[in-house]
Design a protein around this ligand. Structure first.
Ligand code: PRP
Ligand code: GLN
Ligand code: SF4
Ligand code: MG
Length: 499
């Protein structure tokens, strides 16, 4: 998943709006965050492990020099920022983004996962690029920036006198086009190139990317909630295969650089990933999830007294289920807001530890027959915990309804569904899963019901890989999050060391 933001302004600084925008994307990644600001004198970058929203950058005194140069990174009219949910490479500082090439003044933030990362990294390593991380995203920077010996695709776009690039965006567009010719898999990218903000997206449009405009300010982000928060009234999607160049807070050029391919937008963005006030194709995902819940109630009713929602992202589906079933919606469960999302935690130990304190019962459900509704079930850990809590608080029956079909296959495009052995529904009938989570009954939304709700009769326009096992691009059967660790260390040439 990951959240990315890019900001270009005509005056003032891009750093603060980029940081403020990043905080609206906290739900897309909790492992690390970073921001790079391009201004006179080069690119400044700050990266740290943990939540962006809990860092000191949110509210520092504007001119306090003691704060580790915090005010310095605010200077500069182009900024890119990233909040990470890892899919390739461990949760370590060197894998946090944006990745920056100081000498070429390029900073890159990427959402997605490259399916040919190992092959590209080996090739770029042979050509002399000195990788500093084990993330696939650094490959995009390597392609664009190159090394002293091997020019990157963006070489030739270096800033001219007075730190300004030529107004002609042709070389940047051509450079991105050359890079996209070799990239495979999912990539939504924002990139600061001198005083340009450049955004581009893979030809299938697997991951989201939107652009918005306000007076003197252009923003590119993963979701529309960021555009809304930054006051962008004019909004549009960055099209699959498009490169959009922005400068001085407005568009400077747009081109389609990749061959057209069937659109394959991640269906899990509709089901769970995206914030409920963000819009996909003009519809708020909260409204879509209400409709999933209504459909689920029609497909799988339950003989029950009340509906309980699993907060946070299960709430709209539960509201829809309750409405269609004619049952009261009880706010029985309380979520500890400090814990954040648990599914996107990078390892089992952290997920389980956080889950233990994430939920509690706010209103007992003594003797009631309860339907508990969540937006999705992945490893089953959340639901096992919720069912136990509801039984402890007196529920006589707990019927589980999931407003998504079972997830049974890995994701290759930026969601950390790697090991199918971890997925509770893989190779199991729903009866067996029901026993594992301790429920009275269990039902999922059907694939047909999901598609019908999204107005896509046969799943056209969608990636449903983790649900059906059919992927829109060629993928290797095994998916290993550490796969770049084993790619031989590149030969460090003198030029590469100079970076
Ligand atoms: O079956 P599991 O592996 O436990 O994963 C499924 C749960 O994970 C997600 O919630 P998450 O805690 O990530 O975020 P939320 O609080 O925003 O709903 C999703 O909404 C389910 O509740
Ligand atoms: N979820 C993502 O988009 C992750 C981006 C990149 N593949 C990483 O692991 O850092
Ligand atoms: S495999 Fe699943 S999570 Fe991955 S992009 Fe496709 S629908 Fe989304
Ligand atoms: Mg949840």
């Amino acid at each position: 998943m990951c959240g990315i933001v890019g900001v270009s302004v005509i005056e003032g600084t891009a750093g603060q709006p980029a940081f403020d925008g990043l905080v609206t994307l906290q739900h897309r990644g909790q492992e690390s965050w970073g921001i790079a600001v391009a201004g006179p004198g080069g690119v400044r970058v700050r990266r740290a492990l943990g939540f962006a929203s809990r860092s000191a950058c949110g509210d520092p005194p504007d001119d306090d020099p003691a704060r580790d140069g915090l005010s310095a990174w605010r200077a500069g009219r182009v900024a890119v920022a990233h909040t990470r949910y890892s899919t390739t490479g461990a949760t370590v500082p060197e894998n946090s983004q944006p990745f920056v090439h100081e000498a070429r003044r390029i900073a890159v933030a990427h959402n997605g996962d490259l399916t040919n990362a190992a092959e590209l990294r080996a090739r770029l390593g042979r050509e002399g690029y000195g990788f500093r991380s084990t993330s696939d995203s650094e490959i995009i920077l390597a392609l664009l920036a190159g090394t002293g010996e091997t020019p990157g695709t963006l070489l030739g776009t270096a800033p001219g006198p007075k730190d300004r690039h030529p107004a002609d965006t042709g070389p940047i567009v051509a450079g991105v086009a050359r890079a996209t010719r070799v990239l495979r898999g999912a990539y939504s990218v924002v990139c600061a190139v001198g005083d340009h903000l450049v955004a581009f997206r893979d030809p299938h449009g697997l991951r989201p990317l939107v652009a918005g405009f306000a007076e003197g300010r252009a923003v590119v982000a993963s979701e529309t909630c960021t555009l809304d928060a930054l006051g962008c009234t004019e909004q549009r999607e960055v099209e699959p295969g498009e490169v959009l160049v922005l400068r001085d807070g407005r568009p400077a050029g747009t081109h389609r650089v990749a061959e057209p391919a069937p659109r394959s937008f991640c269906v899990f963005e509709h089901l769970y990933l995206t914030r409920q006030d963000s819009r996909i194709g003009g519809t708020r995902t909260g409204a879509t999830r209400v409709a999933f819940g209504e459909r689920l109630a029609l497909e799988s009713p339950a003989d029950a007294d009340l509906v309980v929602a699993v907060p946070a992202s299960g709430v709209p589906a539960a509201r829809g289920y309750a409405r269609a079933a004619g049952l009261p919606l009880a706010g029985a469960l309380v979520r500890d807001e400090q814990v954040g999302r648990t599914f996107i935690e990078p390892d089992l130990r952290r997920r389980e530890r956080k889950l233990r304190r994430k939920f509690s019962v706010g209103a007992p459900v003594d003797g009631a027959r309860v339907v508990v509704v969540d937006d999705s079930m992945v490893r089953g850990s959340t639901m096992r915990r919720i069912v136990a809590l509801l039984r402890e608080s007196g529920a006589s029956e707990v019927h589980v309804r999931i407003a998504a079909p079972p997830l049974i296959a890995p994701c290759h495009y930026g969601v950390d569904l790697v090991d199918t052995g971890e997925l509770v529904a893989t190779g199991r009938e729903s009866g067996e899963v029901c026993r594992i989570i301790g429920a009275t009954s269990l039902a999922y939304l059907s694939v047909a019901g999901m598609r019908h709700t999204l107005g896509s009769a046969a799943g056209e326009g969608l990636c449903e890989g983790c649900i059906t096992g059919d992927y829109p691009t060629r993928v290797s059967p095994a998916r290993d999050k550490s796969r770049l660790v084993t790619v031989p260390a590149p030969r460090r040439t003198a030029a590469a060391r100079l970076r």
